[in-house]
Write a protein that binds this ligand. Sequence first.
Ligand SMILES: [Zn+2]
Length: 239
Amino acid sequence: MRRIMRILLFAIFVIANAYNVNAENKQLIQKDIIELVNDIFTHNNEYVKQTGYQYFKRFIAKQNPRATVVKCSDSRVQTAAFDNNDATNDLFVIRNIGNQIETAKGSIEYGVRHLHTPVLLIVGHSNCGAIKAASEDFSHESVSIHKELSSLRLNTKDLNHAIIENVHHQVEVAEEMFADLVKEGKLIILGTIYDFRDDFKKGYGRLILINLNGEKDPNVLKLSPYLKEPRNISIGIID
Ligand SMILES: [Zn+2]
């Protein structure tokens, strides 16, 4: 009887402890959330103070972006890397996992055909989780995630190659969608890779041009009339 009591007390102790740890974790998560929620509005207060009517008046009536951008939702990939720290009214950005066109055709078409952006910029990136997941077995994922991943068609298991292959594929899809505009010279499609961890050995944070209107050969790209100073642009990736 005493033995049973001891086991029972021990079990109660373990359960109570687990409950406490759980409660502590919950409290920590709550603290993080409270901090973040308040950060958001504090930052907005600062933004309101720093900007004002003078800043907003140039685009209050109408947006006038120069480029439609398709990029991954990855939080490490932000437009500040290639847009002078302010993409406001300059970039019409579509983000999703794997910087893909297939699942966001309407938004991309809106940027290109309604807002008439003369540039469609596709940005892949190093260490892309979506590309990694898409090149492995993702049958366990939810219906929604599965749908996003299955529209990324990859033929290689090597992550860096798959990232490159995906950008080329997206440019191909875009070329088909906007063949008329490309032909008329009203749109150029750029395929790039943003490398925040120097996987492609061009420097941390480099935006590497790998495709322009379907052209992939770095030697031909260097001669493109669209590039003012090709020497200052990272062009192509060597295996
Ligand atoms: Zn990604």
